[in-house]
Design a protein around this ligand. Structure first.
Ligand code: NDP
Length: 240
């Protein structure tokens, strides 16, 4: 068994989740890495890692993955509820199926991830939940309608969880990034929305590396358990 506690990350197969997996692995932590693309998890080649092909919409699969990893590496001490999708688009033209998918993954998927570790953290009076929101969980954009709704949900749930969990000494950290260079927009179908996003991104000099977000999360996690960074808001300097 590793000396450092187990860290669970959903959406670890690319982008910010991948960067966080690498940062915590470098810091010596064993990992539970969850995503649908198992080949991408395997390609990370990280040591002491349990790799699980699972969809965050599948509550039983998440609970099973946590149980399996904990049997090898001890209790999960941090859950990074990171998996999410951004199907941005003009709400009047967007297929409702895109809303369904976003709502299910970005809200219920986050709750399923929390649920898989919550009672364990409460009973140990130790643990950290890192909740992936967005700058779009603090302010709205006209072509981000349902995406903003899902990220405001994450903010609201996190605030409530923080108050609920404070007496149990469990920390809740919200992460609210601006434009980060990842694969998140690869699935946007609305070409006008995509073109506007890219133009805006270029106008502010581009996004920033997921490694910057990962380093901030590692720093926040490494503070004494009695100290909490309640929210990490990280954007390109020129992003308004
Ligand atoms: P990526 O698309 O690179 O990463 C998304 C990750 O989520 C992938 O690992 C993907 O894995 C996983 N994922 C998606 N759906 C599911 C699912 N149903 N079950 C399990 N895993 C899933 O983008 P980012 O790294 O940017 O996104 C990570 C989070 O950061 C998201 O919540 C996003 O909303 C948020 N965010 C991103 C910003 C940015 O500018 N990049 C800004 C603000 C917030 P797989 O497909 O293999 O399942």
């Amino acid at each position: 068994m590793s000396e450092k506690p187990l860290i669970a990350i959903t959406g670890a197969s690319s982008g910010i989740g991948e960067a966080v997996a690498r940062a915590f692995s470098k810091a010596g932590h064993p990992l539970l890495l969850i995503a649908r693309r198992l080949d991408r998890l395997e390609a990370l080649g990280l040591p002491n890692a349990v790799l699980k092909k699972a969809d965050v919409r599948d509550r039983a699969a998440l609970a099973g993955a946590v149980g399996e990893a904990e049997a090898t590496f001890g209790p999960v001490d941090m859950m990074f509820a990171n998996a999410g999708i951004a199907r941005l688009g003009d709400i009047a033209r967007q297929a409702p199926e895109e809303w369904d998918e976003m709502i299910d993954i970005n809200t219920k998927g986050v709750m399923n991830s929390v649920h898989a570790v919550l009672t364990g953290m409460i009973s140990r009076k130790h643990g950290t939940l890192v909740m992936m929101s967005s700058i779009a969980g603090r302010k709205v954009y006209p072509d981000h309608t349902v995406y903003c709704g899902t990220k405001f949900f994450v903010h609201a749930v996190s605030e409530s969880l923080r108050e609920y969990l404070a007496p149990h000494d469990v920390r809740v950290i919200v992460v609210s990034p601006g434009i980060i260079d990842t694969e998140v927009l690869d699935h946007v179908k609305d070409e006008t929305t995509l073109a506007n996003y890219k133009a805006n991104k270029a106008a502010i000099g581009g996004g920033i590396s997921a490694d910057v977000v990962a380093d901030l999360i590692l720093d926040a996690y490494q503070l004494p358990q009695r100290a909490i960074v309640q929210e990490i808001v990280i954007t390109p300097t020129r992003q308004k």
